[in-house]
Write a protein that binds this ligand. Structure first.
Ligand SMILES: Nc1nc2c(ncn2[C@@H]2O[C@H](COP(=O)(O)OP(=O)(O)OP(=O)(O)O)[C@@H](O)[C@H]2O)c(=O)[nH]1
Length: 328
């Protein structure tokens, strides 16, 4: 495997000519269900931006891993948002188009469901089901995530029973009769090919998903060299990592009003040096974000540096400047 990597990285044009096995996996689900965390766990690299806020992922991101001649290509997608959410967070149309696009590229669709969310744990997001119906010829599997947050096995069983009722072996659909539930019945969407129980955060059950995908890959020309791990540029990975960290640290809607831009980037042999500017709505907000004595900004910087160092597998020196937006 090491020899293959060296060979392909020095002659990338050879990668496309080698027949191996490939599987394209679109990962879709409600916002904050854990899609990015799951992919990062499987590929063992924090490629996809993840945070404790909804809508951290704003566009289609590919993350790849290669094992035993097989390439798994994950397509991380923005959380499927309702119209109300799209207005509230001022989400661009392109975000929802990214989901639809991922389905067109997918050999298999993984639907992530957050079983710990007390409002939505018992049924799948109706817009997610509508999306699934639009790709009804593509096989899909269900990933029930955040099982570590449930208090007991009994609770887990009861939630699973509610959730999967109607998805397996022709059982009647239970729960609120939304339009998409009707669609699902009318259009014969009755089951997932598999259901996994996982904790994307601590990795429980995640290996089973990887095995399942490896065994479902089909012979094909490699789409990426075996040592490629994303379709994102280093510059974009840095900007996204900074944006996600601000989302983790700041409350409510504040992080959605920031604009993150790379000002400087240099990949030296021994380290990466970069500088990112974060534009704030005003001087007052910039001071608020920075925290007492600049403490919060320091924490954001140090955590981002650690994440990026792990991602690029070499030291990253990063500076982050808060800048007040210039009023026109
Ligand atoms: N306890 C627990 N937390 C999890 C798990 N998986 C993800 N999380 C947390 O859930 C939050 C959301 O995770 P993300 O991976 O960003 O979710 P997402 O579905 O990609 O979110 P969007 O960008 O809104 O689409 C983060 O704070 C994760 O650490 C899990 O299995 N257990």
């Amino acid at each position: 495997l090491v020899l293959r990597s060296v060979f392909y990285s020095s002659q990338p044009e050879q990668a496309n000519k080698s027949i191996s096995k490939v599987v394209n996996v679109a990962i879709i689900g409600a916002p904050n269900s854990g899609k990015s965390t799951l992919i990062n766990n499987i590929v063992e690299r924090k490629i996809c931006a993840a945070s404790n806020k909804v809508h951290t992922t704003t566009r289609l991101v590919r993350a790849m891993c290669f094992q035993n001649d097989t390439q798994i290509i994950f397509l991380d997608t923005p959380g499927v948002a309702t119209e109300k959410e799209q207005k509230r967070y001022k989400l661009p149309e392109s975000m929802m188009n990214a989901c639809t696009k991922s389905l067109r590229c997918a050999d298999v669709i993984g639907v992530v469901h957050d079983i710990s969310n007390k409002w939505t744990k018992d049924y799948l997001h109706s817009d997610v089901l509508t999306m699934l119906n639009s790709a009804e010829n593509t096989p899909s599997f269900l990933i029930i995530n955040k099982v570590d947050r449930l208090e007991s096995k009994r609770q887990l069983l009861s939630v699973i029973r509610n959730l999967t009722n109607g998805m397996l072996a022709g059982n009647p659909v239970q729960g609120p009769e939304t339009q998409s539930r009707k669609n699902r019945k009318d259009r014969g969407y009755s089951h997932f090919s598999d259901i996994f129980l996982v904790s994307a955060l601590n990795g429980d059950g995640v290996k089973d998903i990887k095995e399942y995908l490896l065994s479902n890959a089909k012979p094909a020309f490699l789409q990426y060299a075996p040592d490629e791990w994303t379709d994102q540029t280093p510059e974009s990975l840095i900007v996204e990592a900074v944006r996600a960290k601000f989302m983790d640290f700041l409350a409510q809607e504040l992080p959605y009003n920031l604009k993150t831009e790379l000002e400087y980037y240099e990949d030296r042999e021994e380290k990466i040096v970069c500088s990112v500017a974060v534009e704030c709505p005003s001087e007052r907000v910039a001071r608020l974000i920075s925290g007492a004595g600049g403490g919060r900004l320091q924490q954001i910087k140090s955590q981002t540096r650690n994440d990026l160092t792990e991602l690029f597998k070499k030291p990253v020196v990063i500076s982050i400047q808060l800048k007040a937006r210039v009023k026109p």
